[in-house]
Design a protein around this ligand. Structure first.
Ligand SMILES: Cc1ncc(COP(=O)(O)O)c(C=O)c1O
Length: 409
């Protein structure tokens, strides 16, 4: 399929066929395709020969974005961070956070979790000749701990505490602990509030930077701007990328507690850090959607529509579907077999819904609609999934039910 145009939650292919988009550029289009407000702001900006590419120089649009982010997002939540504009992908902002944590602590080991996904890079800097740039990295070790509830009855935060306390545990004190509060690629695993708070306490006690990777779960995807907000904690660093810019324009920001900002000039640089169109679009969506709580309230209502619709499907096919996973507009259906997920995705695509899978076995059908999706379009998309499951999995009893399934979603 070759796509040509896109508007909010719809994609159109070159034959004029319309699809509902439950993929949203893997979370890069939270405010919908061609968001009208962001697009207008960008077109207006471009019409005045305003600077487009400013590298690391200051620009008025960058200043406006920083001001908006501070006043609309950080200050009302009581957070205080410096903002570093890293290279614009998710993987680059994660790289920058770990480089900084290793530099500041002088330690190499990093604690990461089962089913984590943080990106695909990691080689380029080791190939660079310049010692000044290379000195801040080391491909030190990673200690992998079980994510929350990965093993029934095992509290991996307590395990970490014990590792740190015991000089013979074999686990070096780490440069950082990095995690996603909701593992997007890992299968829509949601960390509990208690576990996240405990990690915050332990890392504070041992002076270990706690980094939240908000590349996918951030920018409203979880139902709040930051997905860790629900735990009432303040990480030491926060990685943001995909959906900061309102139109899917590349931009990444590393939020850093000021005491950790030990970068020297140019120590962590890159060419595409001054994408002014992204600053303009991002400023517009922050002002448009996050100034008051109306948008967040509407997100909560759509979260409920999605959860109820998915639960209704799940309960009809217990032999195929284990249950509903995730929170916010980042939810999904966990199948017993990845083959059934793939079959459902193909069936949905045939009926004009774009949706993807995640999890170690591709067992989770992951639904990430635009946060701006109209409730009726959300229901239409869920109905396509319901009908796909019906066609693939229904026995004769469920046959009689299909009208009800479609009606309830
Ligand atoms: C949590 C998380 N971190 C990092 C990344 C990497 O982002 P990118 O693909 O922009 O490098 C992703 C991508 O899906 C992600 O979900």
């Amino acid at each position: 399929m070759v796509f040509t145009t896109a508007k909010n939650s719809y994609l159109n292919d070159e034959n004029g066929v319309r699809y509902i988009d439950f993929l949203c550029g893997a979370g890069a289009i939270n405010y919908g395709h061609n968001n009208e407000h962001a697009k207008r702001a960008v077109l207006e900006y471009m019409s005045t020969d305003s600077i487009l590419m400013s590298l690391d120089l200051h620009s008025t649009s960058k200043r406006a974005f920083i001001d908006a982010f501070q006043s609309i997002i950080l200050e009302p939540r009581g957070y205080s961070y410096r903002m570093q504009f890293t290279s614009p992908t998710g993987t680059s902002v994660v790289e920058s956070s770990i480089k900084l944590a290793r530099k500041v602590t002088g330690r190499q080991n990093v604690i990461a979790f089962t089913n984590a996904y943080h990106g695909m890079s990691g080689v380029s800097l080791s190939l660079t000749g310049n010692r000044y740039h290379r000195q801040s990295i080391s491909y030190g070790s990673v200690t992998r701990l079980p994510y929350d509830r990965y093993v029934d009855g095992l509290d991996s935060a307590e395990l970490l505490r014990q590792y740190l306390r015991d000089p013979s545990s074999g686990v070096d004190h780490p440069a950082a602990v990095i995690l996603e509060s909701i593992q997007g690629e890992g299968g829509l695993n949601v960390a509990s509030v208690e576990w996240m708070r405990k990690l915050r306490d332990i890392t504070q006690e041992y002076g270990i930077p706690l980094i939240f990777d908000e590349v996918q779960a951030g920018c409203g995807r979880s139902g709040r701007f930051f997905s860790f907000e629900r735990a009432g904690i303040e990480p030491d660093m926060v990685c943001l990328s995909k959906s900061i810019g309102g139109l899917g324009l590349p931009m990444a920001v590393l939020l850093i507690k000021s005491e950790l900002d030990k970068w020297r000039p140019g120590e962590d640089n890159g060419t595409f850090r001054g994408n002014n169109l992204a600053f303009v679009a991002a400023t517009e969506v922050l002002q448009r959607y996050w100034r008051d709580d109306a948008f967040q309230k509407a997100l909560g209502e759509k979260e409920t529509i999605l959860r109820d619709g998915l639960a209704d499907i799940a309960k009809r096919y217990p032999q195929k579907i284990k249950g509903v996973r995730g929170i916010g507009l980042m939810q999904g259906l966990e199948f017993h077999s990845g083959d059934d997920t793939s079959a459902t995705i193909a069936e949905c695509f045939a009926h004009k819904l774009v949706v993807e899978s995640c999890g170690a076995y591709d067992q989770v059908l992951k639904i990430m609609p635009a946060l701006t999706i109209e409730p009726e379009v959300l229901r239409d998309g869920i109905a396509i999934i319901a009908k796909a499951c019906h066609r693939l999995f229904a026995d004769s009893r469920a046959d009689a039910d299909i009208g009800a399934v479609a009606a309830t979603v």
